[in-house]
Ligand binder design. Structure first.
Ligand code: SF4
Length: 293
């Protein structure tokens, strides 16, 4: 077994949560149970991206409603939505939930007042000596400092304060990667916008210490991944997230038959295009030129 050549923040986070779940997901590439929360998140992200591509004056709630209505018709035709097998009488409730997330976005900020440098940007590079990649939801310009703000919208509820910092791990990795590609404009903030039932914003100033801590986490987790892949031993870590784990029915920590899963489980077909087809440099996609250009 080998650690994938390039890692994403979610891969690192999953290994830290449970090494066995990481193996089943990222090494064995076993099918996961379709998730309604993830599906709603995809819809909200796509809508927010479409709206942010409009001129600021057009980023209104009425325009958002028009964008969301048109996008919903396409969304429910998608294979991922179909796999959820939502009963027809539940669809209006799910649609309302998705729309409420969009409304909460407008309650948290005025999208027309945000200077958006780019949306859904591929970033890649080395963090702590490990090759990392990912997609930045939104890169904004901080009106005060002129620096970049790495913003990620979450369709779930805002976590309690004790868990907020660990959830920011992905945007810290992106702060590293953006800073590496764009030295002419500093990355000054990382931010999560939670659009679920308990909405809110979590924002942190970027400091060299915080970036160094992120890099250390990446390096040490990668080291543990290499060790686990070499030995074939992947620990189970029971916790609150087990209830959302696709592999729980086969997990040995819950009396499941892991060997049967590894032997007969369905492997995922990769839906995403290969990285080099998608991958564009950040500089090539930015709507706002970096400072000094
Ligand atoms: S159910 Fe829990 S312990 Fe088992 S693989 Fe999933 S996250 Fe790990």
């Amino acid at each position: 077994m080998q650690v994938p050549a390039t890692l994403s923040p979610s891969s690192i986070s999953l290994f830290r949560t449970c090494p066995l779940a990481w193996r089943l997901d990222y090494i064995e590439r076993l099918e996961r149970t379709p998730s309604l929360d993830a599906n709603i998140g995809t819809f909200v992200h796509a809508g927010a991206e479409a709206l942010c591509e409009l001129p600021p004056a057009r980023r209104t709630i009425d325009e958002a409603r028009a964008v969301a209505t048109a996008a919903w018709a396409t969304h429910i035709e998608d294979e991922e939505w179909q796999s959820l097998e939502i009963a027809a009488d539940r669809v209006p409730q799910v649609k309302w939930r998705a729309w409420r997330a969009v409304q909460r976005w407008f309650e948290l900020e005025d999208p027309g007042a945000v200077t958006v440098a780019g949306c859904e940007l591929w970033v890649h590079g080395a963090v702590g000596g490990v090759a990392m990649r990912g997609i930045v939801d939104r890169l904004d310009i901080d009106e005060v400092t002129g620096g970049f703000v790495v913003t990620d919208c979450k369709s779930g509820k805002m976590p309690m304060s004790a868990y907020q910092d660990e959830r920011l791990f992905g945007v810290w990795v992106y702060a590293h990667l953006v800073a590496e590609e764009h030295t002419s404009r500093p990355v000054t903030k990382v931010r999560h916008l939670y659009l679920g039932e308990r909405p809110g914003e979590v924002i942190r100033d970027v400091t060299p210490e915080a970036l160094a801590t992120t890099a250390e986490v990446v390096t040490s987790t990668h080291r543990e991944m290499v060790r686990a892949c070499a030995s074939g031993e992947f620990e189970t870590r029971k916790g609150v997230l087990c209830d959302w784990c696709s592999f729980k029915p086969s997990c040995p920590a819950f009396g499941g038959d892991l060997v049967a899963l590894l032997t007969h489980g369905t492997r995922r077909v990769e839906r995403r295009k290969p990285v080099d087809e998608n991958q564009q440099t950040l500089a090539g996609e930015l709507a706002i030129a970096p400072v000094g250009r």
